[in-house]
Design a protein around this ligand. Structure first.
Ligand SMILES: CC(=O)SCCNC(=O)CCNC(=O)[C@H](O)C(C)(C)COP(=O)(O)OP(=O)(O)OC[C@H]1O[C@@H](n2cnc3c(N)ncnc32)[C@H](O)[C@@H]1OP(=O)(O)O
Ligand SMILES: O=CC(=O)O
Ligand SMILES: [Mg+2]
Length: 546
């Protein structure tokens, strides 16, 4: 079977030499002790060369797609897909994951999420966190205090004191570090920024792993935005190193991997295999997946998706991706986790609220009936609804026995482009979402409601990538795209949508990050006018943060 080798720099130094902390935030000295920094620096020195190789592999792969190639199942790993093997047994705390709440890591959110009644809580440093230094330090402190059982929080006006429920009544904690593409510029090792994922995961593990292991709670992680088994193998090597340094058993650290890139959909078995001693499931990260489909196939004129609102999970290419994930996971005795419906409760409008909840209910019903073992919710008020749907259709703790061997997904199924349209409302909405989300993110808020939908980095990326793709469609000689009413999609249309926005938002809507609107507009203009599609909006946006 194809083995995945991770090149490791074994000459990694220990100690504080060459480590510089540039951020200043209250309480950071408790986290960034000399021992913690030495631990992080060691991880960075060992694994940074391999991370850089994986990022270079991504660029090479994308260049091939841009030159006309399409993703496919690998021939060099056919034996991994064909062979019979299973992942390591799942820990008891992760057997029943029917409802998982996700959210950023500020202390109030952490307490609300752990107390929410969900089976699990994914504390998120990725899609829903704007990685200001203050957010990261406060988030790591809140999580460490939560693990220690000492976290509390007082509302600034003194109206409510938030305390944790007893441990046995709390949701099981999982932590999602940032992806391989991001760096943490506030910690330099040998003059270069630390890999953000190593900072988030490493720092959490350093301070909490032993305490969580003693309670038989992992630690557990969600790994975002992977593309290949080699990237999975890199995480596996990092986790094995952390276990060795912290004196934990091999396989103590457990992970769930988000399948949220198009290349990864072709390597689900391989990713499970690369992490088989510690992986407990795959998750359908639908929003990044849609974004990745747009990004990966950006140079293929026959692969343009309709406007965001029309790209739902019932579209055949997304149905195929979800069903392949379930079949693959259950064959390997791993959980198949569903994703996030974007609707959130609507205050002050009962009819609209009922309609939103009905959309969520339908989404969860579809998930449990196709064979998912659990699902995500964005908001605590959605937990009872999701739980009721899963309880009714999933009497046991999971449904790994649902083999879905009826599912046959071919390359063409994953690449089938849905029909649909681009309306003016859809175009304008993409512009508005990008501007409002970027403004909030630059202001330190990584997840906001916009028109009663949860918007985070993944959902905003769809809007941003679509605008770029639609506006640059004619660059390769094709006729420009048109709206469904025949209006050409060009920069005149884009500027028109942008021009009225600050007045409209300032006058009518409470906008988080209102004083960042100009910066957000300037960034969107830059991203959209660029001749090439920026890989992630959070890369240039991070330069503007802090
Ligand atoms: C594509 C993906 O990656 S999905 C995963 C990433 N995205 C997420 O995790 C979404 C997280 N969700 C959120 O951040 C929020 O629900 C939002 C921004 C969508 C809406 O937030 P708000 O407008 O503040 O919601 P609302 O005012 O209704 O909140 C009511 C209460 O629920 C709490 N709450 C809302 N969402 C969450 C959550 N996800 N976790 C914990 N508590 C929450 C609020 O803190 C508030 O608490 P309080 O009554 O004690 O003050
Ligand atoms: O992380 C989840 C997604 O949908 O993206
Ligand atoms: Mg995502």
């Amino acid at each position: 079977m194809a083995a995945v080798a991770v090149a490791v720099d074994t000459a990694a130094a220990d100690g504080m030499d060459g480590v510089e902390v540039r951020g200043r935030s209250p309480g950071q000295e408790v986290l960034l002790t000399p021992a913690a920094l030495a631990f992080l620096a060691d991880l960075q020195r060992r694994f940074e060369p391999a991370r850089q190789q994986r990022l270079a592999d991504r660029r090479r792969r994308q260049a091939a797609f841009d030159a006309g190639a399409l993703p496919d199942f690998r021939t060099d790993t056919a034996d991994i897909r064909a062979a019979d093997w299973q992942v390591a047994p799942l820990p008891a705390a992760l057997l029943d994951r029917r409802v998982e709440i996700t959210g950023p890591t500020d202390p109030k959110m952490v307490i609300n999420a752990l107390n929410s009644g969900a089976s699990c809580y994914m504390a998120d440093f990725e899609d829903s966190t704007s990685p200001t230094w203050d957010n990261l330090v406060a988030g790591q402190r809140a999580l460490a205090q939560a693990v220690a059982g000492t976290l509390d929080w007082m509302a600034p006006d003194g109206s409510k004191h938030y305390v944790l429920k007893p441990f046995a009544q709390q949701a099981v904690l999982l932590v999602r570090p940032r992806g391989w593409h991001l760096v943490e510029k506030h910690v330099l090792v040998d003059g270069r920024p630390l890999a953000a994922g190593l900072f988030d995961l490493g720092l959490f593990a350093f301070h909490n792993a032993r305490a969580l292991a003693a309670k038989d709670r992992g630690p557990y992680f969600y790994l975002p935005k992977l593309q290949t088994m080699e990237e999975a193998a890199l995480w596996d090597a990092v986790l094995a190193q952390i276990e060795a340094v912290l004196g934990l058993a091999h396989g103590q650290l457990k992970v769930t991997v988000l399948i949220e890139t198009l290349p990864a959909a072709f390597e689900m078995d391989e990713i499970l295999h690369a992490l088989k001693d510690r992986i407990v499931g795959l998750n359908c990260g639908r929003w990044d997946y849609i974004f990745s489909c747009i990004k990966t196939l950006r140079a293929h004129p026959d692969k343009v998706l309709p406007e965001r609102g029309q790209v739902t999970m019932t579209q055949p290419f997304l149905k195929a991706y979800a069903e392949l994930l379930i079949r693959t996971c259950h064959r390997r005795r791993a959980h198949a986790m569903g994703g996030m419906a974007a609707q959130i409760p609507i205050a002050g409008d009962a009819a609209a609220n009922d309609a939103a909840l009905q959309r969520v209910r339908e989404d969860k019903l579809r998930e449990v009936r196709v064979g998912f073992d659990g699902t995500w919710v964005a908001h605590p008020a959605l937990i009872p609804l999701a739980r009721a749907v899963f309880d009714a259709d999933m009497p046991g703790p999971h449904q790994q026995h649902v083999a879905r061997s009826d599912v046959q997904v071919a390359r063409a199924d994953l690449l089938r482009t849905p029909h649909g349209s681009i309306t003016r409302a859809g175009f304008d909405n993409n512009v508005e979402v990008c501007v409002r989300y970027l403004a909030a993110w630059l202001d330190g808020n990584g997840c906001v409601p916009i028109h009663w939908l949860m918007e985070d980095a993944a959902t905003a990326e769809i809007a941003r990538a679509q605008l770029w793709q639609w506006l640059h469609f004619g660059d390769r000689g094709a006729a420009p795209l048109q709206l469904d009413d025949g209006t050409p999609i060009d920069f005149v249309l884009f500027e028109r949508a942008l021009i009225g926005l600050p007045g409209k938002l300032g006058g009518r809507v409470r906008v988080p990050g209102a004083d960042k609107l100009d910066a957000a507009i300037a960034l969107l203009e830059r991203l959209t006018r660029s001749a090439t599609l920026e890989e992630f909006l959070t890369l240039p946006a991070y330069d503007l943060l802090d």
